[in-house]
Design a protein around this ligand. Structure first.
Ligand SMILES: Nc1ncnc2c1ncn2[C@@H]1O[C@H](COP(=O)(O)OP(=O)(O)OP(=O)(O)O)[C@@H](O)[C@H]1O
Length: 615
């Protein structure tokens, strides 16, 4: 589990290793907060230091009050003498509370700003990295972890701010104690250090014990998803898996309960040990104070103040130890984010691309010796393919599964950089043109389309975000993709939300989704339209209408069509047949049939199926 990486790191690291890492994490957190909101970060910083100063001032005022109260004389006189110090104490307490409120207010405002700073930074990178980055080992996994790491940013920032408040509180007490009597600092150290160390050890043990249940929790998490998710609901019912899954849950949960009980025992023991050690040390301090009092080395008022100071220091220390653990684990998760951002920078497009010239209308597309090899694959997906597409032509790529059609189309669309050769738009390599302007001239309907969780209208309109969405254009695109009537029949027509996870949302059938994605492709009046298997789920009537719309482009705009339904490519100006990434045949439908090669074999095979059915 992603969140276990932080816990594991904390369980593996000793107390001193944690402290060694702390300065770097503090600097990281403050830098994030500073970038997100300088004003609020400054407010928190100033208010935290101010609160510390007020705490020290309050302790000194307390001591003054006690000095006045413990001196001889009638009580009214002693109280009157203590009044100025009491007023100072009240003022210090009031200012401290005010600063606490200011800190809370600034921190609340900082939270959304830190989230935005970190998340937007991540999304700017994840949406810009080149597509081939996703082929790199573990890139997608790292991206997911980085996305979760963004949640840790604010926890880290808040942890560091609370830590600073705790440390300032400790320093304030120490300074006040030294001013009252330097010897009392020794008492303070004796009372707090063993307790603090014990608390850190307890934290260490808690993390270690928690990790022991890791595999079981993972299985539980999996069972949660299997039993309470929409995707698994149909098979769960059709195979009658309810009893089986509930039984699995009971068994894992039974063991988990035992683990949790053991964990509770262990945590209680270690916490108790910490409390006993801290208690003994505090007792020691009181004995030390008594000895100093009896020897006359410390006045009574100073000793009483020291008792109050020890309690304040112990509270501040509890904050510090808790925050140290929190910062360490959250820092680990945030490290996933910063590490990813560093690595992803290598996959970003060259900033110089944006300054390149914009391409003119397509005249000729030249695919020159294009090869594409995916990492960790022995054979190239596309192997030295050369062909030319002239403006207005409809060309088809056909071939068996895995022959390289989609890969070649991705290179032509500029979505993937070829590992050999190149594609030229009007004689200039694709990378010689401004990428945004080039993309505006190309529309791609991918085989693995995404069901965007937006309305039907938006699902079509996102095919052209360069212009403002216009209902008439959306409907025209839908008509061409045979989606118009289907969308109109939805409960809210074009405004129907196509996501069942939201109230009122609808889902579509596979074929209906395919019509929406085809409409998305028609939305942008692209000079080059690449359609990869646009009709695999369409019924015969819809398929026929879609291919008529594609034929309508012939002579006016360029279309590259990838399909296994060979009857649909008969009208293409040119058909290219791929096999194991290589171009093995090309020509018109009639030429290829006459040649009696691979295409003829595939076409005859498919046609035979229809003939047999109608015989
Ligand atoms: N991202 C990827 N990483 C590694 N290998 C890939 C990747 N995408 C495709 N391949 C491999 O490249 C080869 C060509 O795949 P491609 O998708 O281009 O074939 P296709 O002709 O479009 O197939 P289909 O008709 O099934 O859609 C296949 O062997 C496939 O396994």
């Amino acid at each position: 589990m992603w969140w276990e990486s932080g816990i594991r790191a904390r369980a593996d690291a000793g107390v001193f290793a944690v402290f060694a890492e702390l300065p770097r994490l503090v600097v990281t957190a403050l830098a994030v907060a500073w970038r997100a909101d300088r004003f609020r970060t400054s407010v928190v910083g100033v208010a935290t230091v101010g609160a510390g100063v007020m705490a020290a001032f309050g302790l000194l005022a307390t001591q003054r009050v006690l000095v006045e109260l413990f001196t001889g004389g009638p009580t009214p006189d002693r109280v009157a003498a203590a009044l100025p110090a009491l007023a100072a104490l009240a003022a210090a307490t009031a200012v401290r509370s005010g600063l606490g409120i200011a800190t809370g207010y600034a921190q609340n405002g900082l939270t959304p700003r830190v989230d935005r700073e970190v998340e937007r930074g991540l999304f700017e990178v994840t949406t810009a990295v080149r597509l081939d980055a996703f082929d790199a080992d573990a890139f997608a996994d790292e991206m997911e972890r980085a996305s979760r790491g963004t949640d840790s940013a604010i926890s880290l920032v808040q942890g560091v701010m609370s830590l600073l408040a705790g440390v300032v509180g400790l320093l304030a007490v120490a300074v006040a104690v030294v001013i009252i009597h330097p010897l009392l600092l020794v008492a303070l150290l004796v009372a707090t250090v063993p307790g603090g160390y014990a608390a850190l050890r307890a934290g260490h043990l808690r993390y270690q014990t928690f990790l022991a249940g890791s595999v079981r929790r993972r299985r539980l998490w999996l069972l949660h998803r299997l039993m309470a998710e929409r995707a698994t609901a149909p098979e769960l019912r059709s195979y009658g898996l309810r009893g089986f899954l509930l039984d699995q849950y009971d068994r894992v949960m039974g063991v988990e309960t035992q683990i949790q009980l053991a964990l509770a025992r262990r945590v209680t023991t270690t916490t108790a040990v910490g409390a006993v050690v801290g208690g003994i040390a505090t007792g020691g301090v009181y004995v030390l104070l008594a000895v100093l009092l009896l020897n006359g080395r410390v006045p009574l008022a100073a000793a009483a103040t020291c008792v109050i100071a020890v309690q304040a220091a112990q509270r501040a220390l509890a904050t510090v130890t808790f925050q140290v653990d929190r910062i360490y684990t959250e820092g680990r998760h945030f490290g996933d984010y910063t590490g990813f951002m560093d690595r992803a920078a290598h996959h970003l497009p060259d900033p110089a691309d944006a300054g390149r010239p914009e391409p003119g209308p397509l005249e000729q597309l030249t695919i020159r010796g294009v090869s594409l090899s995916y990492p960790d694959r022995d054979e190239p997906a596309v192997d030295d393919v050369t062909l030319t597409v002239r403006a207005g032509q409809t060309v088809a790529f056909v071939g068996e599964n895995g022959s390289g059609k989609t890969s070649l189309a991705a290179v032509i669309a500029g979505l993937r950089a070829p590992t050999g050769g190149g594609v030229e738009w009007n004689g200039t390599p694709l990378h010689g043109w401004d990428p945004e302007a080039l993309r505006a001239r190309i529309a791609v309907v991918t085989q693995e389309y995404h069901k965007w969780p937006f309305t039907a209208a938006t699902n079509i309109a996102i095919g052209d975000t360069g212009t403002a969405p216009d209902q008439a254009r959306i409907e025209a695109a839908a008509v061409r993709a045979v989606a118009h009537d289907m969308v109109r029949d939805l409960p809210h027509g074009y405004e129907t939300l196509l996501d069942r996870t939201f109230a009122g949302g609808q889902d579509l059938s596979g074929g209906q989704w395919q019509r929406i994605t085809a409409a998305r492709g028609f939305m942008r009046d692209a000079e080059l339209l690449i359609m990869d298997e646009p009709s695999s789920a369409l019924d015969p009537r819809a398929e026929d209408a879609l291919f008529q719309a594609i034929r309508h482009r012939q002579g006016k705009a360029t279309t590259i069509l990838i399909t296994h339904r060979l009857a649909n490519v008969r009208h293409a100006d040119h058909i290219y047949v791929l096999d194991h990434g290589t171009l093995i045949e090309s020509g018109t439908h009639d030429q290829l049939l006459a040649a009696g090669g691979h295409y003829a074999e595939l076409f005859t095979l498919q046609a035979a199926g229809y003939r047999a059915a109608t015989a």
